[in-house]
Structures are given as structure tokens and as C-alpha cells.
Design a protein around this ligand. Structure first.
Ligand code: GDP
Length: 170
């Protein structure tokens, strides 16, 4: 199968969901981070021993969509980060997820997808079960997926999720 170190992981989610905070835990100390910023579009790229990570916000103007969709073709795994306390934008996250899963470069690849129901420490955070209901994950039957509650500030829940994804990529 695929060698782990060759695996490319795409980290996506709405702005403010906690992607950068999660990446800071995953990043090796010595890792150089390339933050490529163009107006309205910020992308972060780094490499660990085993995986290559590329991250960006799915929010913003539709005109940046083609910039991030460019990475769909070559990715082997996806991390989709959700702010589980942001009930108002859960429907926006669901729309983005649906669009992602319907994309021709993702649809047929059966790319495994890991969800972090992040900010689990906040008092009004929804449970991972509730998040998966609101995102309609029971309808995702064509690929392996997994959802973990996480606290990106303490790091709680992150290792469990990454272990699952790494397992899928072997
Ligand atoms: P990004 O826009 O997706 O990269 O989100 P950031 O990583 O910049 O996080 C947005 C804000 O949420 C920051 O103020 C973080 O400190 C905060 N944040 C991220 N993860 C958590 C979490 O698990 N719990 C709490 N309470 N705050 C978080």
C-alpha cells in the first residue's frame, strides 16, 4: 500500500474552527512552516516524519475555492475541523462538507476523512454525536470516516484522531 511518509493530508474547515491551533500540536518543533498568504486566502504547509500537511480555510469568497480545490486531486486523507460550539455556522460547515464530498477529485477516491469536533471544553459545545448528526455523517457510506471530540488548546483528543487517520493511510 501507500507509504505513510508519502501521504498527503488536507486540513480544512471554516475560519476560527481551530485548524492553526491543531496544527501547532502536530508540527514537529523544528518544522519550518510555510504560510502562504494571498488576499483572502491563507495556506499552511508542513511535513512530519510520516505525513505532509496542507491546511486552509474554507470560508471567504467563492473565488478562492479553485485555489484550495487544486489540492483535492493529490490528497490521501482529509481532516475536517468543526467548531462544535458554533451552532450558527454548523449548517455552513455542512454545506462545505457536502460540496467537498461531491467534488469529482474527492468523490471516487474514497479518501478517508477525520472530523475533529473541536472546542469540546466550551460549555455550550455540542457532543461529537450531535455534531455528526447535524453534519449528516450517517449518510457518508462511501468512505471511512471518524469523529473525535477535541480540545486543540490542551491537545486532548488529537492523538486519537491522528492515530485513526494514520492507520487508514497504511
Ligand atoms: P483557524 O482559523 O481554524 O486556524 O482557528 P484558530 O486555530 O486560529 O483558532 C481560533 C480561535 O479559537 C483561537 O482564539 C483559538 O485559541 C481558539 N481555539 C482553538 N481551538 C480551541 C479549543 O479546542 N477550545 C477553545 N476553548 N478554544 C479554541
Amino acid at each position: 500500500g501507500l507509504k505513510k511518509k508519502d501521504a498527503k493530508v488536507l486540513v480544512v474547515g471554516l475560519d476560527n474552527s481551530g485548524k492553526s491551533t491543531i496544527l501547532n500540536h502536530l508540527k514537529p518543533e523544528e518544522a519550518k512552516t510555510d504560510i502562504v498568504a494571498t488576499v483572502g486566502f491563507k495556506q499552511e504547509v508542513f511535513q512530519t516524519k510520516t505525513l505532509q500537511f496542507t491546511a486552509f480555510d474554507m470560508s471567504g469568497q467563492g473565488r478562492y475555492r479553485s485555489l484550495w480545490e487544486h489540492y483535492y486531486k493529490e490528497c490521501n486523507g482529509i481532516i475536517f475541523v468543526i467548531d462544535s460550539s458554533d451552532k450558527l455556522r454548523m449548517v455552513v460547515a455542512k454545506d462545505e462538507l457536502d460540496t467537498l464530498l461531491q467534488h469529482p477529485d474527492i468523490k471516487d477516491k474514497r479518501t478517508p476523512i477525520l472530523f475533529f469536533a473541536n472546542k469540546m471544553d466550551l460549555r455550550d459545545a455540542l457532543s461529537s454525536v450531535k455534531c455528526s448528526q447535524l453534519l449528516g455523517l450517517d449518510m457518508v457510506k462511501d468512505r471511512a470516516w471518524h469523529i473525535c471530540a477535541s480540545n486543540a488548546i490542551s491537545g486532548e483528543g488529537l492523538a486519537e484522531g491522528i492515530d485513526w487517520l494514520t492507520e487508514q493511510l497504511q
